[in-house]
Design a protein around this ligand. Structure first.
Ligand code: PAF
Length: 283
């Protein structure tokens, strides 16, 4: 399998994509912040399978970090990322510097309404604005036919769909299932930062949510929320930041199971210094 071409400038990316377009090939795009794992690779493999050309970006976007320490400690493994991508069939890897992506500061403000104000939007002010800034810049460069995102960032996918509508992009957003370790922990670049103790505890997050989902007929929404939080907080050092049962379309919290056709449970948990998020479809 041919190794991907790595480009670091916008000009080189546009050049390479010009050739792809001239051949009439479709483009599938997987934006990432690197520290790649099997979850990312599942997106890449799908982009390769469904398009004439697959493009991956690896860029730790500073504008979406509301916590400077999180930005500083975010894992960066460019060589290992390229090794992993070598065998996937991806054609282009875009690895820009911060200056290349933001020659001038991006001052755009996006308003995603109530969808952007709950859960991650509430706990990480400015996070989705930063995501929208970088994703729109990347979409403007790559002009993909399809873009692939993991369902682990459930709210992010909803925000990206709104962004696509807002800016009138003709891009199909493909949402891909969460990939988990055999013990249930959702794959995340941040898992590499877990201490052994936190790593041993972390599967309790998915276990509690999965069991709550199986038993949902036995509990009200409020009882379910309380039960999940208690189960997880009982496993040191896990501390639930929020667990919200929400309408899967609007991301607004529900009061009763009948409030929405599709219900998602979204969670953020502090595991010592590492913040983990996960979710599960309740119905
Ligand atoms: O999900 C991520 O890794 C990031 O938020 C994204 C979409 C690559 C934007 O930086």
């Amino acid at each position: 399998m041919a190794k991907p071409t790595v480009v670091t400038t916008r000009a080189a990316l546009l050049d390479a994509l010009g050739a792809v377009r001239a051949q009439g090939r479709t483009v599938g795009f997987v934006p990432t912040m690197g520290a790649l794992h099997r979850g990312h690779i599942s997106l890449v493999e799908r982009a390769v399978a469904e398009n004439g050309c697959a493009v991956v970006s690896v860029f730790v976007n500073p504008t979406q970090f509301n916590n400077p320490n999180d930005l500083k400690t975010y894992p960066r493994t460019p060589e290992a990322d390229l090794d992993l991508l070598d065998e996937t069939g991806v054609e282009l890897v875009f690895m820009p510097s911060v200056e290349e992506m933001y020659p001038q500061p991006d001052t755009r403000q996006f308003d995603f309404g109530p969808t952007g104000q709950v859960m991650e939007g509430e706990r990480r002010p400015g996070h989705f604005n930063g995501v929208a800034q970088v994703v729109s810049r990347l979409f403007d460069l790559v002009h993909p036919n399809r873009a692939y995102f993991g369902q682990k960032d459930f709210q992010q996918v909803a925000i990206i769909r709104m962004l696509v509508d807002m800016l009138g992009y003709n891009i199909e957003i493909v949402e891909c299932p969460i990939v988990r370790e055999s013990d249930g922990l959702a794959l995340s670049s941040r898992n590499a930062l877990l201490t052994p103790k936190a790593r041993r505890a972390a599967p309790a997050i998915h276990h509690a949510m999965a069991l709550a989902q199986l038993q949902m007929a036995q509990r009200t929404v409020q009882q379910t929320a309380q039960w999940v939080v208690e189960q997880i907080n009982a496993v040191a050092p896990l501390q639930v930041e929020y667990f919200t049962l929400a309408n899967a379309q609007t991301l607004q919290p529900i009061g009763a199971w009948s409030d929405a056709e599709r219900v998602v449970g979204c969670i953020a948990v502090q595991a010592e210094q590492v913040r983990l998020i996960d979710n599960i479809i309740f119905k």
